[in-house]
Design a protein around this ligand. Structure first.
Ligand SMILES: *Cc1c(COP(=O)(O)O)cnc(C)c1O
Length: 422
């Protein structure tokens, strides 16, 4: 589909007059609509709940919007739990899906009454020791089926090479042990493929987990209370890519539910999701200004944003669409490498990209940066994290995180022996 930015040049200039570029911009109306579409797609399931993957966009203003739309928080660390707590998400509004979990983090999740998703069978004793007499009534277990995970003839990913989850036998053992410790209800979780753009991923995963739930219930007598389909529903980063249809996905999961869980008398099971990318990616732009151009063996456009603000192209070679604001309809008759200013040659937002003619001072919108964008930022080369700005449906905007300053960068040094002239 054609990629249209959710901001005009005039609006970008209006914001930039107050909040200098680069900044991450989020579209509140889009976020709310996405949450509503997801909830509608799964409205056939009584207990359905999305636990937004906080790591994708760890900003309390964003979490608040999603909370208003009925979503909880999926956290993996102590700090993410604190973020959830800050917006008033505690107890069963929180899913704690961690791995290699420190004791402090586990204790916090227990204290908050969060759903705890154990990554390994050895974490049963770990949880029991940390929780003491506060062991939760419900515990979730993360599954790793091993082998490869395919949809039709396409291998989607290799669970056997992934560090997450446990085997089916280990799950049965963990359930037996947890039942002896007094746990009454169980959840099952798996995350088998990332950024999928087919409508078949969730239904196929759900089918696997539903069958597993029936087997585990038969083997242990345990009550399975929910199936957590985790993240992995993707977005169309490229204009020519297919796009997921969440209504079709929800219907596909419903059909598996009817076919597998209903006959087993297990149709009280709630469906949970932990989507990050699908919920937020399309509703974020990284807004950046062209600082320089250079003409050597290729044509280069240098931005005031860099990989420290958006790591995905440098780290994964990911495509992010770029629109030059005000030139939305201009012909793409120039070929540029669009770069940031890190002393790293992989600091390129686009390589040999067809774009309209670009001038210094042009403002660009880098698309689909609402998830795993700001949050993967870092401080290499002394580059500072940008501001985050929320664009409301009426066109007004709020700065929801200020940009870092050099003082923030220096704040973790003992300041006594040195003088930072900030
Ligand atoms: C990263 C992650 C998610 C979210 O993944 P998306 O690809 O953003 O949907 C959900 N659950 C767990 C456990 C994760 O690690």
């Amino acid at each position: 589909m054609k990629k249209t930015p959710f901001i005009t040049l005039d609006k970008a200039k209006e914001i930039a007059a107050q909040i200098p570029t680069p900044f991450h911009l989020y579209d509140e109306a889009g976020i709310r609509q996405r949450a509503r579409d997801l909830n509608k797609a799964f409205s056939w399931n009584k207990g359905f709940k999305e636990f937004f993957a906080v790591k994708a966009t760890p900003n309390p203003y964003i979490l608040k919007i999603l909370q208003e739309e009925g979503c909880g928080c999926d956290c993996a660390t102590y700090t993410e739990l604190l973020l959830a707590e800050a917006v008033g998400a505690t107890g069963q509004d929180v899913m704690f899906s961690s791995n290699v979990t420190p004791e402090l983090d586990m204790a916090k999740a227990v204290e908050m009454g969060a759903y705890i998703n154990l990554d390994d069978a050895t974490h049963v004793e770990f949880l029991a020791n940390v929780a003491g007499d506060k062991l939760p009534e419900t515990v979730c277990l993360r599954y790793n089926p091993g082998g490869s995970f395919s949809l039709g003839n396409t291998i989607m990913d290799m669970p056997r090479d992934a560090k997450y989850g446990m085997t089916e036998d280990q799950m049965a053992g963990a359930i037996n042990r947890l039942q002896k410790l007094g746990v009454k209800h169980f959840g099952i979780h798996a995350f088998l493929a990332s950024n999928t753009t087919t409508n078949e991923y969730y239904p196929e995963l759900a089918g696997n987990l539903f069958r597993l739930a029936v087997r585990l219930s038969n083997a242990t007598g345990a009550h399975i209370a929910f199936i957590n389909l985790s993240g992995g529903v993707g977005v169309d980063y490229r204009p020519e890519q297919p796009c997921c249809d969440i209504a079709v996905i929800g219907e596909g999961v419903r059909q598996r539910y009817e076919k597998i869980l209903k006959p087993a008398g297990m149709d009280d099971i709630a469906i949970f999701t932990e989507l990050g990318r699908f919920m937020l990616a399309p509703f974020g732009h990284l807004i950046s200004t062209v600082l320089h151009q250079k003409h050597i063996y290729r044509e280069y456009v240098g931005l005031d944003a860099c990989a420290a603000n958006l790591m995905r192209p440098a780290m994964y070679g990911s495509y992010h669409h770029i629109t030059v604001l005000g030139k939305e309809d201009a012909i793409l008759d120039h070929v540029y490498d669009v770069t940031g200013g890190l002393c790293e040659n992989n600091d390129k937002f686009a390589i040999e990209r067809s774009l309209p003619q670009i001038e210094i001072g042009d403002i660009v919108a880098i698309h689909d940066t609402g998830a795993h964008g700001f949050s993967m930022g870092y401080n290499y080369n002394g580059k500072l994290r940008s501001a985050e700005v929320l664009l409301h449906s009426d066109g007004s905007f709020t700065q929801i995180r200020r940009a870092e300053t050099p003082a923030d960068y220096f704040a973790t040094f003992d300041q006594t022996p040195f003088r930072f002239d900030v």
